[in-house]
Design a protein around this ligand. Structure first.
Ligand SMILES: C[S@@+](CC[C@H](N)C(=O)[O-])C[C@H]1O[C@@H](n2cnc3c(N)ncnc32)[C@H](O)[C@@H]1O
Length: 576
């Protein structure tokens, strides 16, 4: 793609699993023979300089222990599942921790090892490339994963150098075999010769990186993602906050809890128990708390689904849609629709709020296994208040919807670039090419939702991505296709749904938002709001709107920017 350029934080290699013979030898330092490396290490060690006096094991790798410690083995197993099977770390890791019965301390260490290594993969690969005498894709995949794990310990954790190297070598001997242990030992010793800061500075200079490419390497994001985030921040009037966002994306998110309203016999009871167990009530939102440590499954109400883990951003947008005023509330029970409901986090809160108001929710999800998760998520809520439909959201018009739905949530499939804290591997998996299919699907889902809106009905468009092609540009396109829709100012309903401290955070976008559309939509940010970077737009169909579906149909093939690298937009040219 024309804009992608050279990705300075290296796109992790996905390689052949075979070829053990290839794992030999670390690269010499620039201007140094291999034998010179030992002397260099010795000198650094003697001087106690550079890396603070590194100590290494005197025993040859092949003579060292052949037993991996449980936390490192857990992390390594998850890394293998992620690179070999495209597994999700946030699902695989808890299962692995349970299976190996790690205690709290080891579980914490394994989590930091796993998430940190996955987050930093592109940068660690760039560093490892400078330490291995061949392209990384010529190493065995298990060896590369072990090297990444070692690099993370050396560069980003407070693990002693000798422990990081020795334990990684032991892991390699136990899990892969003695063959590559010499290579791993030598490469990790080279990695340990510099701090992370020294490495990124040196590599940036060697590769002549600047601007977003240099930031990509330093903050372990693909360069195309850095560029997209820069554009989105600028459009939101936050042009100077890029580094703060990149840093926030690399920090572990807080765990937020929600008590589904109306589901326990005494309202607020479940949150109170959670607070007794160490949770702190959220100052940003009613019915929410922050949980710092401990076993969530042990909190009363989690098994019954009354107490759930849910990002404050998700709670905010759901409550804002439920609370926004309808121009003509009518007399009958309201009908609400969650068009993309799986796995059911927002559907559960939406249905609980609907049940309190005598409204009903239709929760739609095309993937059968995810539709099942939606049903499970809804179990705690009065069963009269919800129905699950397993089907493509684009065919919702085929349902008998009567006069339509008063409130519709389109929490669309998206790149997920707003949830980088939670899904550490996602940034390296996604490519700009994913945008074409996703934006086309978002376009069609929005059209289907508009067709299902009751007169005066509200449509909330939500993405867990701040990429402009999925947010402001998508809304502008929607308004072009459906000029009858009114784009409401999302800040009011969001503030109304928040507690004081939250309302303070949800002030209008800073002056300088890129367009009127951007100024009326709400973009949440991890570094500002402590939430995922979730986007929220609220649209309304006028009470007396004529049926515009004919014009929708005629424009259906008019897809937004689905094949080009760059799109024109009033706010400037947007890299897709
Ligand atoms: C961002 S997730 C929704 C998250 C959910 N609202 C929650 O809070 O738990 C998007 C969902 O859209 C679903 N999806 C994908 N294609 C769809 C389609 N054609 N129609 C409706 N939903 C679709 C995906 O399976 C996924 O479960």
């Amino acid at each position: 793609m024309s804009h992608a350029g050279r990705d300075s934080a290296q796109q992790p290699s996905r390689r052949n699993e075979k070829g053990r013979e290839r794992n030999r030898g670390a690269k010499s330092s620039p201007g140094q023979g291999k034998s010179g490396q030992g002397r260099a290490d010795q000198r650094r060690s003697d001087q106690g300089g550079g890396t603070g006096g590194r100590r290494f094991s005197a025993a040859a790798p092949a003579q060292r222990k052949r037993r991996a410690d449980p936390a490192r083995l857990t992390a390594y197993t998850v890394l293998r599942a992620v690179s070999r099977d495209d597994a999700y770390a946030n699902l695989t890791l808890p299962a692995e921790i349970r299976r190996r019965r790690l205690d709290k301390r080891d579980a914490g260490f394994a989590t930091e090892l796993t998430y940190g290594t996955l987050r930093g993969t592109g940068t660690y690969d760039a560093i490892l490339s400078a330490c291995v005498d061949r392209p990384l894709d010529q190493l065995d995949a298990p060896v590369l994963d072990a090297l990444r794990l070692g690099a993370h310990q050396l560069l980003n954790m407070r693990v002693e150098t000798h422990a990081a190297v020795d334990e990684t070598v032991a892991l390699v001997r136990a899990e892969i075999g003695a063959g590559p242990s010499g290579l791993v030992n030598a490469v990790l010793r080279k990695v340990s010769a510099r701090t992370l800061q020294d490495w990124t500075r040196t590599l940036s200079a060697e590769r002549d990186l600047s601007g977003d490419d240099a930031l990509a390497l330093t903050h372990a994001h693909p360069a195309w993602v850095v560029r997209a985030l820069r554009q989105s921040l600028r459009a939101d009037g936050r042009g100077d906050e890029l580094e703060a966002l990149l840093r926030a994306n690399n920090a572990a998110p807080e765990v937020h809890l929600v008590e589904l309203p109306g589901t326990s016999s005494v309202e607020g009871d479940r949150l109170r128990s959670a607070q007794e167990a160490g949770a702190v009530a959220s100052s940003a939102l009613t019915g929410a708390a922050i949980f710092r440590g401990g076993d969530i499954a042990r909190l009363p109400g989690t098994r019954e689904g009354q107490l759930r883990v849910q990002d404050i951003g998700s709670q905010w947008v759901t409550r804002a849609l439920a609370a926004a005023e309808l121009p003509d509330p009518g007399q009958g029970a309201e009908r609400w629709l969650d068009l993309c409901a799986g796995p059911g986090g927002k559907a559960a809160l939406l249905a609980a709020l609907a049940a309190q108001r005598g409204a009903t929710v239709l929760a739609n999800e095309p993937a059968a296994h995810r539709a099942k998760l939606v049903s499970q998520a809804l179990q705690a809520v009065d069963h009269q208040a919800w129905t699950v439909r397993t089907g493509d959201g684009r065919t919702i018009g085929e349902e008998p919807t009567g006069t339509g739905f008063q409130r519709i949530l389109v929490d669309a499939p998206c790149t997920g670039l707003g949830a980088l804290r939670r899904r550490p591997e996602a940034r390296w998996r996604r490519t700009p090419g994913d945008l074409a299919g996703l934006t086309a699907l978002q376009h069609e889902l929005l059209d289907a939702a508009v067709g299902a809106l009751a007169p005066g009905g509200l449509l909330a468009y939500v993405t867990c991505s701040p990429h402009m092609a999925e947010t402001v540009i998508q809304v502008d396109d929607l308004l072009r296709r459906h000029p009858e829709l009114e784009l409401l100012d999302a800040h009011g309903p969001m503030r109304a749904a928040a507690e004081d401290a939250g309302a303070q955070l949800l002030r209008d976008a800073p002056a300088g938002a890129g367009s009127q559309t951007a100024a009326r939509c709400l973009q949440l940010w991890p570094h500002i709001h402590g939430t995922d970077a979730m986007f929220f737009a609220l649209l309304q169909r006028p009470v007396d709107a004529k049926d515009a579906s004919a014009s929708h149909q005629s424009q259906k093939s008019d897809q937004p920017q689905d094949s080009d690298d760059v799109a024109e937009h009033p706010g400037g040219r947007i890299a897709l």
